[in-house]
Design a protein around this ligand. Structure first.
Ligand code: NDP
Ligand code: 8X3
Length: 299
């Protein structure tokens, strides 16, 4: 019997399965589906930096699409709240892995503790990251530089290096390509005044995404670099070290991207057929042309 399941949320593991969850559509009549013959396993997404902003919105989006979630971030209590809410709301499973992506040994030690039944990771969203400060190069705080490089570049490398072996195994066993999504930025396309090391860290993410795509070709793993422009999350509050009025000023006169906008687009990139990969996407709100030009309207 020949049939196609048009729904990329599900991985079919073998030919004796039960259809557990039906918002999935099976097109191809007149085929008769004997429900006792099928098992459809949900996919699993790993999201770094899931306690706020894009990461949290991705957790919500992927949960609403029946994915199981492995969530990372440093604020454990927030992770617990998200787990409780999403498991209840979407009847999915959430596994928490709180750690600081900057700590190389800890990243690898924690990944080793992932239970066998959680190791089948289909999608990795490398989202944890931050900007710290917006200062002229000659006046900038070098601790801020270290934190940005250690998080946005080295953290992304450690998490990827620790998880990719699991993704290769998963992809080989299911025959479905794994997918790595790296949060770059429009700041990784064009530098701007006082953007210096944050921009450099996102140029690095762009280069790492391109390199990963080449080096993982032989494993059939997709790599997508997502490069948003101004989006209102906790990003500005972190960048300006708790100074909310300054953080708010960035979005004055704009309808900026929301975390939800970005999460929806990230999810979309995972819904394409196995032979199609979006390599890069630059996403801005309609009032932003690039890192410098905005059309602001008086509030
Ligand atoms: P938020 O500040 O809202 O979220 C950042 C997330 O990263 C938080 O969950 C935070 O969790 C986590 N994080 C930060 N440092 C670490 C760390 N050392 N270890 C583990 N987790 C960490 O910002 P956004 O959602 O806006 O940013 C997400 C990504 O998107 C970043 O990489 C950012 O550079 C990028 N980006 C943001 C844009 C924007 O305008 N907002 C535009 C383009 C790109 P916790 O503090 O709990 O650890
Ligand atoms: C965040 C966008 O333009 O503030 O990556 O650098 S920007």
């Amino acid at each position: 019997m020949k049939f196609t399941i048009h729904d990329s949320r599900f991985t079919i593991h073998d030919s004796r399965f039960t259809i557990h969850d039906s918002p999935c559509t099976i097109h191809d009549s007149p085929c008769t589906i004997d429900h006792s013959q099928f098992i459809i396993m949900p996919k699993t997404v790993f999201i770094s930096g899931a306690t706020s902003g894009f990461g949290k919105a991705c957790a919500e989006k992927f949960a609403s699409e029946c994915y199981d979630l492995i969530l990372n971030g440093r604020r454990e209590e927030r992770l617990e709240e998200i787990k409780t809410k999403l498991e209840k709301q979407y009847n999915i499973a959430v596994y928490l892995l709180p750690f600081d992506v900057q700590q190389r040994d800890r990243v690898f030690d924690v990944v080793k503790t992932i239970p066998a039944d959680w190791q089948g990771i289909d999608v990795l969203i490398n989202n944890a990251g931050l900007a710290l400060g917006r200062d002229y190069f000659d006046e900038a705080d070098m601790d801020d530089w270290d934190t940005m490089i250690d998080t946005n570049v080295k953290g992304l490398l450690y998490v990827s290096r620790a998880l990719i072996p699991l993704m290769i195994k998963r992809s080989a066993s299911t025959g479905i390509p794994g997918h790595i999504i790296n949060l770059g930025s429009i700041a990784g396309d064009e530098v701007y005044e006082k953007g210096n090391v944050y921009c450099a860290s996102k140029f690095a993410v762009d280069a790492i995404s391109k390199s990963m795509r080449i080096d993982l070709l032989r494993h059939g793993i997709k790599v997508t670099n997502i490069a948003p422009g101004a989006a209102e999350t906790e990003f500005g509050i972190v960048r300006f070290k708790g100074n909310e009025p300054t953080a708010k000023k960035v979005y004055e006169g704009l309808t900026p991207l929301s975390a939800r906008d970005v999460a929806d687009i990230i999810y979309y990139t995972t819904t394409l057929p196995p032979h199609v990969c979006i390599n890069e996407l630059v996403i801005t709100c309609t009032q932003q042309a690039n890192t410098i030009y905005f059309h602001r309207k008086p509030n």
